[in-house]
Design a protein around this ligand. Structure first.
Ligand code: URA
Length: 198
């Protein structure tokens, strides 16, 4: 992000966001990062524990899967814009561990304020929703992942979108074979995204 770019200014505004209560228990706002304009914008759910501490999206275990899948699909993370539907880490304490808690509709809606502004600045040809929460944030609907994934989705005003799995769903798979298949599916969707975005 260039200093004084519209994105830097937007990120600075978002750093003080109190639009929903999630800021209270989070370390910081985790804003999007990457190129603007960019032909592909990726939207995840919300920062995880490591992202919350680092202040950067997708730098923890899910980020490592995403980076590997991007590489296998022939995409370079440096050429895309990556953000989340919700910019604060929502979690529950289990002993000393902070466990991810899914954001609710109201939190997703409130945070759409920032996502809309990011989209205007990034002007992506294609927005890739990583998982159901991102898809809900972008469409206002609950989409069925198995039915809609990998296909071009018409979002609004001609904005093109695509839905694929969230990288952390691959981490949660019970065995190595299932993980490998799910990873190959993610790579195939990202390669298709690269084709669509040209
Ligand atoms: N999961 C997400 O959805 N986003 C991140 O930034 C990290 C994990």
């Amino acid at each position: 992000m260039k200093t004084n770019s519209p994105l830097t200014q937007l990120a600075a505004e978002a750093a003080g966001c109190e639009r929903c209560p999630l800021y209270k228990d989070a370390t910081q706002t985790v804003f999007g990062e990457g190129l603007a304009p960019a032909s592909i914008m990726m939207v995840g759910e919300q920062p995880g524990d490591q992202e919350d501490r680092a202040g950067r999206p997708f730098v923890g275990p899910a980020g490592q899967i995403l980076d590997r899948a991007l590489g296998d699909a022939g995409l370079d993370r440096e050429t895309i814009y990556i953000t989340n539907a919700v910019k604060h880490f929502k979690h529950e304490m289990h002993g000393k561990r902070r466990l991810h808690k899914r954001p609710n509709q109201d939190e997703i809606k409130k945070c759409r304020w920032w996502l809309d502004k990011e989209i205007v600045i990034v002007r992506p040809k294609l927005i890739v929703a990583l998982g159901a929460t991102a898809a809900q944030a972008l469409t206002g609907r609950k989409l069925t992942l198995t039915r809609e994934r990998g296909k071009a989705l018409s979002l609004w005003d001609g904005q093109q979108g695509m839905l694929t799995v969230h990288p952390s769903s691959i981490l949660r798979m019970p065995d190595e074979t299932a993980r490998q298949e799910a990873f190959a599916g993610l790579v195939a969707d990202l390669a298709r995204a690269s084709e669509i975005a040209g």
